[in-house]
Design a protein around this ligand. Sequence first.
Ligand SMILES: Cc1ncc(COP(=O)(O)O)c(C=O)c1O
Length: 441
Amino acid sequence: MDEERLAIDGGEKSVPRLGPFPTKIGRQELLALIDLWEFSPQGRARVREIIKAEPEVQGPHLFRYYNPRPSAVAAAEKAMAELLGVRYCLGVNSCTSALMASYRALGIGAGDEVIVPAYTFFATASTVAASNAVPVIVEVDDSLTIDPEATQKAITARTKAMAVVHMRGAPAQMDAIMDLADRKGLPVVEDVAQSGGGSFGGKRLGSIGTMGCFSFDYYKIVVSGEGGFVATDDEFLYTRAQSWHDTAACWRPDRFASERREGELFCGENYRMGELAGAVAGVQISNTDEMLARYRRAKRRVKEAIEPRPGLSFRRITDDEGDTGICLVMFMPEADTAKRAITALQAEGVPAGGIYDSKVRDWHIYKYWEHILEKKTVAADGLPWSAIPENELPDYSENMCPRTLDLLARSVHVEIEQHYSDEDCEAIARGINKVLCVLLK
Ligand SMILES: Cc1ncc(COP(=O)(O)O)c(C=O)c1O
């Protein structure tokens, strides 16, 4: 080959340009996405035609960082922060990830204890153990949320945080919990997975404690298929949660900057939220209050039409205004009556179910968390249990929280759907009155 003038010396470029190439994520992927919507075959065919008639446009960039377009995840984080009234929100891929990132951000690790309620989805407690700390399980009360008195009694010199769960749509006792937290100087992690959008004392759940953890999985109130958020007012905790959620702060704004403050850089995991989930979450967040208004209205209509009966009581709601309204929980005087009521209500067509049946396993009840009760461990180091002297570990047993089991066994849970019509609400209340009139005399 003859010698030519190099491009850096003003010669011709060897590669004048590359591409344009077909987009990485394009028509086919969009069509696959459209298929997720259960449109009619005709509707789907029309959408297909429209998409195919368009030129092969640039597809979306589904990675939140280094995105040439404004990130949908970043927009959802902003919307979530505004909804909650907090300074920082971090989009993650689940509430389990949000809990893990929060515990790690708080510096929780081997030799520490975190207080958790006996009634919550397993993730609240399993992430404590996965952080190498020991979950200390305490009773719930008739609000079906953690009992502040039992929480106080469970505090030891090793306690590093209290995890408070707003179960089944209703707020925990945040006044008593925050008072305790202030007196003891302990951080509070709010698990808002089941109560997104709810509030206590006029403040959104997840904005009251030190860190709030949200689930956006499909079965929650505000959803994106899978997803979650961490909320906090504390810039350093946000930075640490961001580091944990992103392998080790790989994608911070100033990507290779050295540590600005001790505790900012460490090895983490990858819990990043993708742009598809971010786009869906953004829409759902903007509709939160409309959704909640519908749930609350339907619940009010059902509850107000239930006739008082001897032996009938309702789950205590700590703040009526802040209840999301996604369910109505009634207590029967005995577990047997609850069982009979549930069967009879289901026969009437009422969407009722039980919360605890001693013969049915359920990940929401501590009794079935054998990984914790039997102190299971993933590696030869024996963590989290090996970091605390054996005789100082919690005395786990299936019957350690009898009040929780009793309350749950006596519960009748009625599902509230936001789109119930007035007739639906009246029919449900009629079914409840019909059954309770026979069972509670
Ligand atoms: C109280 C509670 N915490 C945490 C989680 C975990 O949420 P995710 O599925 O987003 O990890 C759930 C999910 O069911 C939950 O109900």
